[in-house]
Design a protein around this ligand. Structure first.
Ligand code: FAD
Length: 365
């Protein structure tokens, strides 16, 4: 065990372990609610939120069987405008809407099944999810290839620039009186605080071994526009092509192309593999031929922290500790929802040790 990590204020109230998107969003919500907050973070190398694409896509993430996840993601998307306003930087938003496109009739059938599921679960969002034909797609995104079959336009579901978001969250936390210590916590007993939120992504496994988490590796590319290039699309473009999925997410200076998913993943190699990068590039160039003149500036890989049932794990562990992890492929999207739920748990009267041992939470841990 390392040296005790002391809060630097006379009113220690909350320590957050993990300075990724979940930890920082929870920390900011707590600081805004008047708590003294200190975040401990092991660094960007272990941070899925740094690698990610930043899509806020609940409707496109609605896979049959994931009814509860869809409900929570829809709720969280609604909270995003308030978070962007709180961070006082509209340029965090990289796109406001998403365009789903299919390359063939078989791919279109796949998208139709997803849309039917969403409509059956969330009838209120019907107006936000609109079918489009090949002509609509050409009009909405002229930079895409001309052989696309059909798709859906999803209003109000875009993307954030995830790296800008992390910077703004950290700045806002500091401005609200919180602090960040760049240090890995080895054991929760090192942390001297009234309450502790463990939001350490996959690192949660080392601190709370009973939490069931596994990694899903994902490869992702960052491309930069050159002076000869066509501009990036204005929507998030999510394509189904020959039964594979690829997406393009605009940035000020280029495009993020993603992403592979290997699940469950034996964590032997955290580096991107040639096969995954080659497939992503081939599909992306097929989708948007003008990408050939972009520069490939980064091929990265990250580990999504996944729970067994695909739902985030947001729960009280004991009298002092609350956990928020297991956000899988949706951690950025689910950050505002998670922060609200964590605040509810912190504000609830703390259970006694015996009561917390028998209590059931929103999820298991
Ligand atoms: C390729 C890829 C694409 C993705 N695209 C999207 C997307 O478009 N939209 C979306 O919503 N989600 C996306 N995700 C998922 C998203 O990145 C994760 O769900 C999210 O980052 C989880 O947030 P987190 O804060 O729990 O974990 P992380 O972002 O991994 O942060 C955990 C933090 O905890 C710190 N930490 C770990 N252990 C300790 C310790 N012992 N002490 C102190 N600090 C510690 C780490 O250093 C890290 O900073 C993507 C993921 C990948 C890999």
């Amino acid at each position: 065990m390392g040296d005790p990590i002391k809060q630097q204020t006379s009113r220690p109230t909350l320590a957050v372990v993990g300075g990724g998107v979940i930890g920082l969003t929870c920390a900011l919500a707590a600081a805004d609610a008047g708590r003294r907050v200190q975040v401990f973070d092991a660094g960007a190398r272990d941070r899925a939120a740094w690698v990610a694409a930043g899509m806020l896509g609940s409707l496109g993430e609605g896979h049959p069987g994931e009814d509860e996840l869809l409900r929570r993601t829809v709720e969280s998307v609604r909270r995003w405008p308030a978070l962007v306003e709180r961070l006082a930087d509209p340029s965090i938003m990289a796109a406001h809407d998403s365009l789903f496109v299919a390359a063939s009739s078989a791919d279109a059938e796949h998208l139709r099944n997803l849309a039917d599921f969403v409509w059956s679960q969330q009838p209120r969002v019907a107006d936000d999810l609109r079918p489009v034909n090949a002509g609509d797609i050409r009009r909405l995104e002229p930079v895409l290839g001309s052989r696309l079959h059909s798709g859906y336009l999803v209003r109000g579901e875009g993307a954030v620039d995830n790296r800008r978001l992390l910077d703004r969250l950290r700045e806002a936390l500091l401005a609200a009186g919180g602090s960040v210590v760049d240090r890995r916590v080895g054991d929760l007993s090192e942390v001297d605080a009234d309450d502790v939120v463990v939001a350490a992504g996959l690192g949660t496994r080392a601190l709370l071994p009973d939490i069931g988490l596994h990694a899903a590796k994902g490869e992702i590319l960052r491309l930069r526009r050159t002076r000869w290039s066509v501009p990036p699309p204005t929507h998030v473009v999510r394509a189904r092509m020959r039964a594979r999925s690829v997406y393009l997410v605009p940035r000020d200076d280029g495009i993020v192309v993603g992403a592979t998913q290997y699940e469950p993943f034996e964590e032997s190699s955290a580096a991107p593999e040639v096969g995954g990068v080659a497939d992503l590039l081939a599909d992306a160039v097929d989708l948007m031929p003008g990408l050939r003149t972009y520069e490939l500036v980064e091929a990265g890989a990250g580990m999504r922290p996944c729970s067994a049932d695909g739902l985030p794990i947001i729960d009280r562990v004991d009298e002092r500790v609350v956990v928020a992890t297991g956000h899988g492929r949706n951690g950025i999207l689910l950050a505002p929802y998670t922060a609200e739920r964590v605040m509810e748990l912190l504000d609830e009267q703390r259970p006694t040790a015996s009561a917390s041992a028998s209590a059931g939470g929103e999820n298991r841990c």
